[in-house]
Each structure stands twice: as structure tokens, then as C-alpha cells.
Design a protein around this ligand. Structure first.
Ligand code: ARG
Length: 274
């Protein structure tokens, strides 16, 4: 009888062990799935889609180099994105208030912004340039001093022009987006637009009828690097940096760059900044 009892106990224990084993294997696979589910969280990405070719509206859809980059980086990091065209100032407001998760908007990384936000490693090299009507007597940044200059408000372009004309100069016309600054130039309300080189170069090339030319002034305008912007202290920074570096290394970044700019990027110049 005792033997029988022992045997039953053994059987019950063995059965329980099997159950636990099954259970635990099931739990771990379930756990894996739900972890993946968690990673596939949708991030709110905010942009000012009036800055072609980085972000602009094409038949109501937000497209551009930045948009392809942020989608690819987010995917690499295991996230889905929901991209909202909020306009420029709200990009900063939403990130400061932690309403949005990521800002992508050809945003230059600088010390002032770093006080309030975190940035990814750089993904694009840019510089401000000057756009003027053909035949203009403006040949350098110095020549802007007695002219009216249109800029997008709260951009590095505005800052650069303030450096030349003075912070409160009435010759600086500030607009909510860069397209409005260009319209002002077109309408003759300004003598020049100062903005990121790629944006005005593309504009001049795609709108030959406007007869605008681009002036470079390396002494007046520094090199700038764009970064994806996060709320201060966001855990996404580390994840996105890792993902972005992966895309820089595995050729995905170069492929996207080539699609938009028809040339290969200088990946090393970006890496050197890290
Ligand atoms: N790179 C400049 C800056 O960070 C201008 C960016 C403007 N971007 C835009 N989507 N409107 O200040």
C-alpha cells in the first residue's frame, strides 16, 4: 500500500512537471509575442511639411527624404509611425510637452536646442545659402546688410541673418513657413531668402520661371547637421541612434539618399560627427 502511494505521488509529480514544462514553454513564447507587440508601438512623429525635398505635401500625402528616413529608422528600431503635419513651431511645442515622440523637419542640431531636446546622431549635412532674383547685386552675405531678407521664423536661417543685420532689424521679414518666405521674394517684398541650401537649390531648379539664383557664402554660414529630435530624456534616442547607425552601415541610408538626391551621400562626414 505504501509502495502504491509512493508510486502515485511519483506519477502526480511527474505529471505536474510535464505540465509546468509545457506551461513554461507556452508562457515564454507568449511573452515573446507580447514583447514584439509592445515594440510595435506607434510613435507620434511631427513635422512642418513645407520644406521640400525634406518634407512636403504631395496630393495631400506627407512625403520627402526626412519622411523616408524616419520611417526606415523607426522600422529598424521596431516601431510604427504616425506622421502629423503640425507646422514648425508646434513641432517644438509638442516635443517639449512630450505630446509627440519624434520631430523630423530638417532640424539643425545646435546647443540652444539641446538644452530643451535630445537629438539623434546627425543624418544630414546642410548649410544656409542665399536665394536672390537673377541680376541681383547681392553677391555675398555682407551684401544683405542694406536689404530686406525673408526667412522662416525660429530657424537657423533667421539666426544667421540676425547675426548679419541685428536681432531686431526691421529688414528681416519672418514667416511661419519657408514657402511663404519664398512667395515674399517672388512678390518683390524681399530682396533675398536665407534657408537651407538643399531647399532653395531644389526650388530654384524646379521653378526656372521664377529666375532665382543661389549664393553660397562659406565664411558667413556654418556647416549644420540635421538630427531627429526627441523630448529631453527620451529612451528613444538610444534606440534610434542604434537603428540609424545600422542604416548608415548597411546601405539603406545611401539607397534612400540616392533616391532623393541622385548622388551618393558622404556617410563618413556624418559618422565623424558622432
Ligand atoms: N535647418 C533649419 C533649422 O533647423 C530650418 C529647418 C526648417 N524645417 C522645416 N521643415 N521648415 O532651423
Amino acid at each position: 500500500m505504501k509502495k502504491f502511494k509512493l508510486f502515485t505521488t511519483f506519477l502526480v509529480m511527474a505529471f505536474m512537471l510535464i505540465l509546468t514544462a509545457c506551461g513554461s514553454s507556452e508562457t515564454s513564447s507568449n511573452g515573446g509575442d507580447s514583447d514584439k507587440e509592445k515594440e510595435k508601438k506607434t510613435l507620434r512623429v511631427v513635422t512642418d511639411a513645407a520644406y521640400a525635398p525634406f518634407e512636403y505635401l504631395d496630393k495631400g500625402e506627407i512625403v520627402g527624404f526626412d519622411i523616408d528616413i524616419v520611417k526606415a529608422v523607426a522600422e529598424e528600431a521596431g516601431y510604427k509611425v504616425d506622421i502629423a503635419n503640425t507646422g514648425w513651431d508646434p513641432v517644438f511645442l509638442e516635443l517639449e510637452k512630450k505630446i509627440a515622440d519624434v520631430g523630423v523637419s530638417a532640424i539643425t542640431i545646435n546647443d540652444d536646442r539641446k538644452k530643451t531636446y535630445d537629438f539623434s546622431v546627425p543624418y544630414f549635412l546642410s548649410t544656409n545659402k542665399i536665394m536672390v532674383p537673377e541680376g541681383s547685386d547681392i553677391k555675398s552675405a555682407e551684401d544683405l546688410k542694406d536689404k530686406t531678407v525673408a526667412v522662416q521664423n525660429a530657424t537657423t536661417g533667421q539666426e544667421a541673418v540676425e547675426g548679419l543685420l541685428g536681432k531686431n532689424s526691421s529688414q528681416i521679414k519672418k514667416f511661419e513657413n519657408n514657402n511663404l518666405a519664398i512667395l515674399e521674394l517672388k512678390a518683390g517684398g524681399a530682396d533675398a531668402v536665407v534657408a537651407d541650401n538643399t531647399v532653395i537649390e531644389e526650388y530654384a531648379k524646379n521653378n526656372p520661371k521664377d529666375k532665382f539664383v543661389i549664393i553660397e557664402d562659406k565664411d558667413a554660414f556654418a556647416q549644420e547637421f540635421y538630427g531627429l529630435m526627441f523630448p529631453k530624456g527620451s529612451a528613444l534616442k538610444a534606440e534610434f541612434d542604434k537603428a540609424l547607425n545600422e542604416l548608415l552601415d548597411n546601405g539603406t541610408y545611401a539607397k534612400i539618399y540616392n533616391e532623393w538626391f541622385k548622388v551618393d551621400p558622404d556617410v563618413q562626414i556624418l559618422k565623424d560627427q558622432q
